[in-house]
Each structure stands twice: as structure tokens, then as C-alpha cells.
Design a binder for this molecule. Sequence first.
Ligand code: FAD
Ligand code: NA7
Length: 449
Amino acid sequence: MANKKKVCVIGAGPCGMAALFNFAKLKSDNDVEVVCYEKQKNWGGLWNYTWRTGTDGYGEPCHAGMYKHLWSNGPKECLEFPDYTFEKHFGKAIPSFPPRLVLKDYLEGRWTSNVDLKPYIRFSTVVRHVEYNEMDKKFRVETTDLETYQSSKETFDYVIVATGIFNVPNVPDFPGLDEFEGRVQHAHNFRDAKEFKGQRLLIVGASYSAEDLALQCLKFGAKSVVCTWRTKPMGFNWPKGIEERPLVQKFEEKTAHFKDGSSAEIDAVILCTGYKYSFPFMDGKLCLQSSLSLFPDNLYKGSVYLLGGDNKLFYMGIQDQYYTFTMFDVQALWVCKYILGKIEPKSPSEMKANAHKWCQKRSELKNCHDDIDFQTEFIADLSKGVGYFPDATKAREIFHTWEHDKEKNIVTYRDQCFTSIFTGTKSPGHTAPWWQAMDDSIKAFVNTK
Ligand code: FAD
Ligand code: NA7
């Protein structure tokens, strides 16, 4: 019998769990042994809400920038698993934009439906270092058990990095911010919008976090919000209380001065300035270098790393995300089948040329609608090889409509109802519009009109 392949998965968030789920379905006990290291006590990645900021209970950097009142910012119909629908999980159709607890519950339902994935995972174990030995063509993975502080080394044939891309904040500085007389924090440390009740906020950034935190804070009682942009404003039809201004230039006591010469008195600053790709545990040339991108360089099929590890190192969930859970799932299926030898291997030059072609396409994207089409094509390309998604174009249409809904009214886009691609059921409306829905428990959300 051929030697068993040993696979290391780093991270038990939605991506790592997708890898474990697909391995559990596909492998036989004789062909592969899979070990997943997860530094938190539980699975779920950044869907694990915690009050903590800075360091976690083990003194390690806090992973998740999840906040208490987060509701999905994309329609659930675009992240629904073909084999495990929301209707199946909740026993009924539910609205299209669920709060975080509903999404986490749904994910956990899939991870426990007819599979037992916990035995694969070594919880509370952080990966400190991964290197590749050119002599025996294997990876050495060094870990620390955070309960006992025991370190160990293990050898693997394959490594899948699934540690997420939104956990190390990008924190720019601005003149006068040190002396600013109010609270300053990055979105990664934002937990509860109620803390800003009655305050005048300045939000730096013009992307998803800026958009959602501005709306949340106003919804929960902030007095006013100024969003300040560097390249271009978000340009939504904002409700009274939110406005946009060109980039803040300096702070003096409680005054923020903007590029257009205007100024505003503010009480607190939230930097919604994005995240940095960070894989400090990856040795030298194994470490993927990229900034946020729909298709980072040097990855065949967006997954196989081409600059080290002899095509046995994979990065998952490394793409900027319109699609999430289904993209991770098809990527996981592809990677599992590749490792199990069920996908025809390509030569290094073919893989390089293919990756280059995608990066070239990526460089031609002009707006969010192009981005959606591009990511749909990426998913369709992976699906083709493994027979996953029956019709990716249906999710694409939902995403285009969602973008138009946001343009029309940024406050009401979450009140729209979409139709499940897999069950054909149109989602019901929530009992209250999102702007007035203050209870984000599962019970309140599932109890529909
Ligand atoms: P993560 O969820 O980040 O999981 C990575 C895992 O790796 C974590 O469990 C972490 O503890 C572990 N890990 C990291 N380093 C190590 C190490 N060295 N050793 C061992 N373990 C390690 N997506 C949506 O679909 N809908 C939304 O509404 C939505 N909202 C979001 C809101 C915020 C604030 C952010 C930041 C992202 C949001 N996303 C949303 C996107 C999110 O990226 C995905 O939903 C998903 O969580 C990504 O899964 P992942 O497994 O790649 O990464
Ligand atoms: P993004 O999407 O990476 O956006 C970061 C924003 O921060 C973007 O508008 C940037 O402006 C802005 N930025 C970055 N650096 C600076 C500086 N130095 N000065 C001013 N503005 C800056 O991150 P998000 O957190 O919004 O979203 C990431 C994920 O988290 C997403 O999936 C969400 O669902 C949650 P730019 O446009 O580049 O000029």
C-alpha cells in the first residue's frame, strides 16, 4: 500500500472547515491523514464574537474583528451551500440578510451534518513556523499548545493555509492624532455600536467597514458621522446624520481638518482602513506577498502556491470576497481533489501561464460589477473541474441587483428579499426593517412575517 499522505490545515474558520468537510467526504482512511491546527478554543474563525480586543485569553493577538450587531452585508442566497440550504437548516425560509448568530449557526449546522470534524482539529494550538525541506520534500510545522505551552514539530506532505485575510489591521497615522482628545481605534477593535451613542464620529475609509460602521453607529444613537475618503467617496444616498468629506489632514484637540479646507468637531475616530495580508509563520519564500486582491499573484487556480513547496502548498480564502462560503467550499473541493490525485496535474509552466492570465484579467476590472463577474468566473472555473455549482450565474445576478439596491438606498438594501438558487423559495421579509430591528437573536430573525 502506498504511503498515507499527511495534510496540515492551518485555521478552522469557514475556509479551513470547508477543507475538513470535503476531505471527510472524499478521503478513505487509507489514503490521507488530515490535521488541523486552530489557535482559538473553537471553530468558526472570525464568526466567533469576543468582547476582547488586542490579545486573547492566551495572550495571542485577538483574531476576530467581529462586532456584536453585525448583519450580513451580502444576500445569504449568494453564500448558500448547494447541499445544505438555509431552509434545510432552519426548517423554514428566512430573510435574506441574517445577523452573525444566524450565519454562525448555519455554518455549524453544515459542519455537523453527517460528519464529525472535531477529531481532525487540535484546538488552542497555534502554528508558529512552517518550512519546506528540499531534501525529503516535506514540510516541518512547528506549533505551540496554548493550554500547556508545549511546542512540537510535525512533518507533512501538504500544507493548506486558511488563516484568513482580515485579521491584521492596517493602521495609518495622521498628524495630531496622538494629541486628539477622544477615543481612537481601528475597526478590528470595534465591538458594540452602542458605545458611541450621542457622539460625533469620524470614520476614515470608504469601503465595507466604513459603510457598515457609519450606518450601525447612527442606528444605535451616534449624534453624527463624517466619513473621510482618500481615493473616492462611497457616494451613497446617506441618511441624515452621515456625510462624506475628502481625506482628513490633521487633528487639533477635538477638531479634524479636511483636504477641502473644512473642519469638524468630533468625539471619536474609527479607522476603517482595511487589513494586511499576514502569514508570519510561513518561512521566507513560502510566504505569500500581496495586498487585498481578487486574484493574488503566483497562485494556480487561486490556490496552489507557485513560488515554493513544489506545488504542495495551498492558500485558501486569499481572494477579496464578494462570494464567501460557497467560494471557500468549491476551492476546498478543488484542493482536496488535487491532493487526492483526482485532478490532472499541469506542468509548472502551464500553471504559471494560467495564473498570469487571471492576473491580467484582474488588472482590467473597472468597477464592482466587473469584480462580481470576475469572481463568478473564478468560481465557475473551479466548479468545472470538480462539478460543484450547477449555475453560478444565478448568484451573479443576485449580486448585481444587490449593488443596485445599495445605490438606490443604503439604509433599506437589507430589507430586500431574494430567491434561493437551490430551493426556489423566495425569502420572506423580516418583521421589521433593518433600521428598526434592534434584536439580532436567532429567535427574532427566524420568526418572519
Ligand atoms: P477566518 O474566519 O479569519 O478564520 C481563520 C482561522 O485561522 C481563525 O479561526 C484563526 O483563529 C485561525 N488562525 C489564524 N492564525 C493561526 C495560526 N497561526 N495558527 C492556528 N490557527 C490560526 N463574510 C460574509 O459572508 N458575510 C459577512 O457579513 C461578512 N462580514 C464580515 C465582517 C467583518 C468585520 C470581516 C472582517 C469579514 C467579514 N466577512 C463576511 C468575510 C469573512 O472573511 C468570511 O466570512 C470568513 O470568515 C473567512 O473565513 P476564513 O476561514 O478564510 O478566515
Ligand atoms: P478594505 O475593503 O480594504 O477598505 C479599506 C479602506 O481604507 C479603503 O477605502 C481605503 O481607501 C482606506 N484606506 C486605507 N489606507 C488608508 C489611508 N492611509 N488613509 C485613508 N484611507 C485609507 O477594508 P474594509 O475593512 O472596509 O473591508 C474588509 C472586509 O471587512 C470586508 O469583507 C468587510 O465585509 C469587512 P482607498 O479606497 O484605497 O483610497
